[in-house]
Ligand binder design. Sequence first.
Ligand code: MGD
Ligand code: MGD
Ligand code: SF4
Ligand code: MO
Length: 577
Amino acid sequence: MKILTACPLDCYDACGIIYEDGKLKALKSGHTQGFLCPHLNHYDKHKQIHMPTYKGKEITLDEALLKLKEILSTTKKDEILHYRGVGNFGLMQGVTDHFFATFCATLTEGSLCDSAGEAGIMMGRGSNKNMPLGEIAKSEVVLLWGRNPHATSSHLLPLLKGKTIIVIDPVKTKIAQNADLHIQIKPHGDLALAMLLSRFLYIENGQDELFLNAYASGFEEYYELTQNVRIKATLDTIDVTLGQIGKVLELVKGKKVAIVCGVGIQKYSDGADVLRAIDAFAVMLGLFGKEGCGVAYLGNSKENITSPFNTKAKRVSKVNTEFSNYKTVFIQGANPLSQMPNSLRVKESISHVTNVVYFGLYENETSEIADLVLPAKSFLHKNDIRTSYSHNAMMPMEKVAEVNHGISEYDLSAYLCRVFEINLESEAFYLEHFKSFSVQKTDGTRHVQSRREVPYKEGFDTDDGEFQFLEEFDVDFNMSEKLFLLTPKSFTSLNSQFNRQESVYLHPSLGFDEDEIVTISSACGSARLKVKYNYDLRNDCVLIYSGTKGVNNLTTSKHSHDGKCAIYQKNKVEVYR
Ligand SMILES: Nc1nc2c(c(=O)[nH]1)N[C@H]1C(S)=C(S)[C@@H](COP(=O)(O)OP(=O)(O)OC[C@H]3O[C@@H](n4cnc5c(=O)[nH]c(N)nc54)[C@H](O)[C@@H]3O)O[C@H]1N2
Ligand SMILES: Nc1nc2c(c(=O)[nH]1)N[C@H]1C(S)=C(S)[C@@H](COP(=O)(O)OP(=O)(O)OC[C@H]3O[C@@H](n4cnc5c(=O)[nH]c(N)nc54)[C@H](O)[C@@H]3O)O[C@H]1N2
Ligand code: SF4
Ligand SMILES: [Mo]
């Protein structure tokens, strides 16, 4: 029997999957194009937790639920924290928020991921409507600005064939190696580069005057602002040449251009300004509201969908959560001991919590320190539905089989709502609620209603319908002798899920031996890792992939200026034997 489902992972592609005879096969139609990535091709090889444990001892699920009830009823409500990540992107995952919010526990806000960039986009455009994959397919030029599609969006690759490719990335990624132009920029040089691109476009009279007069009339003032970027000194600092700027302009002028951005460019205090300045360059080129043109980032996957759950609650930041303020912390779909910034602070803070409850699929640093471990059911064994941040489909995720281990988020919430007398509708009610925000197309697929393939056709969503350019900026070049930390996504893992990396990647010219163990240190802490050579790196960079044990000993728990986002690449580092 064939059952249609979708990959649950936090990934740009949100692939359609067919479950048949115990096997996961990629949907042939649509962007999934018949192939999945290694994570899903080997999904069943990763050992999941089957038995609940309390203080390290296996217990039955019934005993675990009773224990959870006891923990929650003996903790003061303002000493309970619900910390939820996006290990699974299904919309039903939020049902636990309903229980905890109604129970008067504290929830989280902000993000470890994309919210600095999103804040910048919101300030400029008034909303964060994404350029979907289907539109990127129609463009002539694709400018990948800090996005590594071979690792994080492999279904973009077939769409790039035959197009002009420009890459701006401090790493000579696989896509950069085959690009028409690669600017191996110094990390954090993007704000200055985006402003200089707008400035030179204006000097060459290449701006889309018709578009600007209609939707972005502040462009002359913005041009004046860009004049504050000193050309020669800045280009030297960010390691970009005038020739490269000229080449970008030559390749994009008069073309259908998609600027495809990733999260690496906004892992800094001023991450919002970076995306806003890139948007501004796209605005100067008149790239909004037109077919095959636009800026793709992580859109809002829940745009045009209202939550059926009660989500009104006191909230604290996900980035620097003070766990020690709580007696009971319930962690769902996340591995904060590895993935939150400043791991040493996180470990210290969480060590004061009396009851750490971990609700997840895999053993990891967080399950290791948890008092109560509750195994979740995987996406194959529960009903859900998902949307995506890079396309507009709404995809049902039907249960493909029954298993007798683990518990779904809905069943756990139903249990808690029952014992604490909180109202909860049926699972089917909520799934129908989500579905009601979609329309079925003639080919049977569902799309989120009123989400546009080409957003901003009638102008922007700001108060006056016009794009709001940056009005001030602070190019914060950190000129210290220390090295930049790059901490991007690995091909082999999805953050801390699946096959995690164990090395630090360095350019051989830094003078360390391959396979030697080195110490990498920053203002926050240090990590000891084995060296692997990578000739594709600049020699002022140290690369440690997300999910590598110890990488977040090095990162700060400060927030971005806007968007309450983690800023993993803020700290510079040193390496020594
Ligand atoms: N295989 C795999 N896929 C994933 C994930 C995973 O862990 N593994 N994680 C998922 C998640 S949670 C997310 S948020 C997405 C993110 O996916 P991406 O947006 O692709 O994120 P990153 O890998 O962090 O960064 C992409 C590129 O930005 C570059 N970069 C870093 N710093 C800078 C800079 O200062 N300037 C410029 N111009 N470039 C820079 C890096 O070198 C890297 O090549 O991927 C999702 N998909
Ligand atoms: N150094 C560094 N740190 C980073 C990043 C970086 O690039 N570099 N990236 C940041 C980003 S962009 C992100 S999004 C975060 C991600 O950080 P986390 O949200 O902590 O993500 P994962 O490490 O993937 O852990 C997800 C967990 O969800 C659980 N899980 C999976 N499916 C289910 C399910 O159906 N139900 C339940 N209950 N649990 C499930 C799994 O057990 C898994 O351990 O990491 C951030 N941390
Ligand atoms: S590419 Fe992304 S969405 Fe597709 S199967 Fe892999 S992890 Fe899932
Ligand atoms: Mo992310």
